[in-house]
Design a protein around this ligand. Sequence first.
Ligand SMILES: Nc1ncnc2c1ncn2[C@@H]1O[C@H](COP(=O)(O)OP(=O)(O)OP(=O)(O)O)[C@@H](O)[C@H]1O
Length: 229
Amino acid sequence: MIELIDVKKRFGLKKVLQGVSFNAPRGAITCLTGLNGAGKTTILKAIMGLTPIQSGSIRIDGSAPHQAMYERIVYVSDQLTMPGRMRIADCFAFMQDYYRNWNSERANELLARFQLNAADKVNSLSKGMAAKLNLLMGLAMDADYMLLDEPFSGVDIFSREEIAAVFSSDMVEGRGIILTTHEIKEIEHLLDYVVMLDHGLITKQFASEDMRMEEGKSVVDVMREVYKR
Ligand SMILES: Nc1ncnc2c1ncn2[C@@H]1O[C@H](COP(=O)(O)OP(=O)(O)OP(=O)(O)O)[C@@H](O)[C@H]1O
């Protein structure tokens, strides 16, 4: 389980996380929602140790994060991390050489599933194809946790459905996933837990199934209430 306990973060005088606490268990998808600038990406980066926090703590499976632990967590940013001149096949070869937990078989399976072409250069990919490649690179790592920043950004409706199908497949089974998204509608049936943020504060957090059963509300209904949209 990934735990955040009263995490506070400032950029200069700006309070970006103002005491954020939530748990993201394994075998479940936890979604961070919030309007632009709410602090979602900062939370993912803080979990990865990519940005220091001022106070509070982050624990992974009960321990403070340390170097070896980061091999068990994959962070998929919303930006392509591979150089544009590389072909997808070169990216795979690079990952194979540098990461012990790169799973070639899964990478090739996803390549076919997402209808990407191994000979294509990274800088020739459309926004949606790039998002799929990004997700593929994350999913192909044998990791216990995946942190996904806006995996649906720039992705058309059909590709979104393809990606959503992966989230309900055995490719993610048993892993703990934290994702950020603005595209709740298409994926809300996949979400186990929802954490709603506003200006670095949690305004509401709940289990989506409980919300449906006890209050008869969908995640989108709750979002409309909370963000008054
Ligand atoms: N490196 C930085 N320096 C200064 N301020 C930053 C930095 N990174 C983020 N911020 C600020 O922190 C706040 C939270 O940013 P963050 O990227 O976490 O939001 P977000 O919820 O992911 O937004 P979005 O939905 O637009 O991606 C914003 O006000 C942003 O301007």
